[in-house]
Write a protein that binds this ligand. Sequence first.
Ligand code: IMP
Length: 192
Amino acid sequence: MKLVFATNNQNKVKEVQSLLPSHITILSLKDIGCDEDVPETQPTIEGNAIQKAQYIKKHYGYDCFADDTGLEVKSLNGEPGVFSARYAGTQRNADDNMNKLLHNLKDKKDRSAHFKTVIALILNGKQHTFTGICEGTIIKEKRGEQGFGYDPIFVAEGFTETFAEISLEEKNRVSHRGKAVQKLIHFLSTKN
Ligand code: IMP
């Protein structure tokens, strides 16, 4: 079975491929000759994942899955959410985004937050979604060098280190994306 992962991130493709049975081959956008920006203009994380998967099915004909992730902060009514990548502007800069978030949380007592990943899959004419959530807290100052995005200010439940202070293996074990990917893999492993 050939399945497109609607991403340009070759690491994500490799990671998912390595976890799947060998009769499922994952193709990246590059593999199918797609070098356009796949639209993600919906107001929700789930909506964006579905939009990307449907776009590839419609325009390229392949069964496909797509992921979308956001950080939802409780005392900011779920902000930055679907705007996580561009919270501080279209430059999509992680430091700017974190600084804006720390500023907006300055006077808030409740610093609880979670990352949410939704994977949308279109397979044999049917749509499925898989959600992974990782609960945690936004700390007051950045710590750590690993990872990306908001990792230096996010401490997952049960941890004292930030996501930027732990290994990728450890992060994958508990993270939003790790959990959503595991659900997808479990589902696909039951398909012929
Ligand atoms: P994407 O949907 O995977 O591109 O994620 C959107 C944005 O959410 C990224 O640009 C990051 O700012 C943030 N983000 C997603 N996943 C993570 C993560 O695992 N750690 C920290 N930030 C993340």
